[in-house]
Ligand binder design. Structure first.
Ligand SMILES: *Cc1c(COP(=O)(O)O)cnc(C)c1O
Ligand SMILES: [Zn+2]
Length: 433
């Protein structure tokens, strides 16, 4: 089932009640086990990701102590300020890591006015160390991989994950192998290759790459695939986006959040984070509507939402939003559940609207996002226009990536207004003054 098996790492089989030999005391902080999202079956903390009873996805369970706002605020200006709420050891800051997170929450008055939203914020995750939100999840996966004594840190990726894994592995001094679809944007390929010599381009789409990764994980010893066999630990990293939004709003929850959907993990974990903050008494309870954003060329979750069905029909992706191009999203059904139960929605937009979304955010707020962010901003616009978002409610839109990685998406649509001789007369002739 997994490259990191009980015997090979000293972690006992989940079905036995033995000691967790080989694992350090509190190696996973306040985490107590892994519980199945489908049937609730609990297994011990280990490199497991599928329920032994029903094959449902496993999720980290905790026994949280009292956590105060003051303790969190006294922590470092990165995701480790929330380490008490993550499956990481108490001394996590001591190991070399990318120190991601605590990115800016910016008031977006101009974009809000443009769209008719009176109270809009952008959570700008493009300023993470490798310029996407993936640095958050990779930091948590790396911590788990280290505790499981993995020899290789690996991933199948739509681009940003490969960048984050390659960089974090380099800094931690662990061998990395990253797999990407061969048609990926050049900047994302280079952004991995500078950190690792083991970048493998696979002729196929992400879902093919993902299948290959699962096969390798089953065959090779000591490989930690961040989003496959250590996925429960990886996924928890996305909760920090939710914690930060609440803390940066002054320990309050927003009314509405718009989040891009690839596998759907991030969206479900931001929702989980809000619930944890309420249960811990760190924020007041209130309804938060969660909205998902997809590109029409890869919109299996949006289609299922609109059809009112519970099952996701996998698709073959065809969109410029490559970082969101997962045709068979692992957490898609949970996205449907979160968006439906909170009163949100899942929407999709065309590639043209994705481009317009990139330019809209750039020209109103000075933030250059990649195609994933163009998708999210474009969906935000569509949700307002179709009356699905309340224009007067406090709204947060998450920008998960950086425009320099997907230059080609807009390169042919913007450029010099004029190319002129170096003379004042030539400039005047342009009419720009
Ligand atoms: C991976 C990614 C996402 C979506 O992540 P999931 O958790 O798989 O839904 C969103 N935006 C960017 C830029 C990404 O790289
Ligand atoms: Zn189960």
């Amino acid at each position: 089932m997994s490259a990191l098996t009980a015997e090979k790492t000293g972690v006992p089989d989940p079905d036995t009640n033995g000691e967790t030999a080989g694992l350090r005391e509190r190696a996973f902080g306040n985490a107590t086990g892994l519980s199945c999202r489908e049937c609730g079956h609990e297994v011990e903390l280990g490199p497991h990701y599928a329920c032994p009873e029903c094959f449902g996805p496993l999720e980290v369970a905790y026994d949280f102590p009292t956590v105060t706002r003051e303790e969190i605020e006294a922590g470092p200006r990165n995701i480790w300020r929330y380490k008490a709420l993550l499956p990481v050891p108490d001394d996590i800051e001591q190991s070399p890591n990318m120190e991601p997170g605590f990115t800016r929450l910016l008031r977006a008055g101009n974009l809000g006015r443009e769209l008719g939203l009176s109270n809009l914020w952008v959570k700008d995750d493009s300023t993470n160390p490798t310029n996407s939100f993936k640095d958050r999840v990779v930091a948590c996966a790396l911590s788990a991989a280290t505790e499981f004594k993995a020899k290789v840190f690996a991933c199948p990726s739509t681009g940003n994950l490969a960048n984050a894994v390659a960089a974090a592995g380099a800094r931690a001094g662990i061998k990395t192998v990253v797999f990407i679809p061969s048609n990926l944007e050049k900047p994302k390929q280079v952004n991995s290759a500078v950190y690792t010599e083991q970048l493998v381009a696979v002729d196929g789409n992400y879902d093919d790459v993902n299948k290959l990764a699962s096969e390798i994980a089953g065959e090779e010893d000591g490989w930690a695939f961040v989003n496959v066999n250590v996925r429960p630990f990886y996924a928890e990293g996305s909760k920090t986006l939710g914690y930060e939004i609440a803390e940066q709003l002054g320990w309050r929850l927003p009314d509405q959040v718009v989040i891009p959907v690839a596998s759907g993990s991030q969206l479900t974990k931001v929702h989980k984070a809000f619930g944890e903050l309420v249960r811990l008494g760190l924020v007041e309870d209130k309804p938060v509507k969660i909205f998902g954003a997809q590109a029409t060329g890869c919109s299996p979750v949006s289609v299922a939402f609109k059809d009112g069905v519970d099952a996701i029909r996998p698709v073959k992706p065809d969109t410029i939003a490559k970082s969101l191009a997962i045709g068979n999203p692992a957490d898609g059904i949970y996205v449907l559940d979160v968006c439906r139960t909170t009163g949100g929605a899942v929407e999709d937009i065309t590639d043209d609207e994705v481009r317009q979304g990139i330019l809209l955010l750039a020209r109103t707020e000075g933030i250059f996002t990649e195609t994933a962010g163009g998708t999210t901003v474009g969906v935000l616009k569509k949700l307002v226009e179709t009356g699905q978002l309340d224009p007067d409610a406090e709204t947060v839109v998450i920008n998960t990536g950086m425009g320099l990685k997907t230059l080609d998406a807009v390169a042919d649509h913007v450029g010099p207004a004029a190319t002129i001789a170096p003379s004042y007369a030539a400039f005047v002739a342009t009419g720009i003054a």
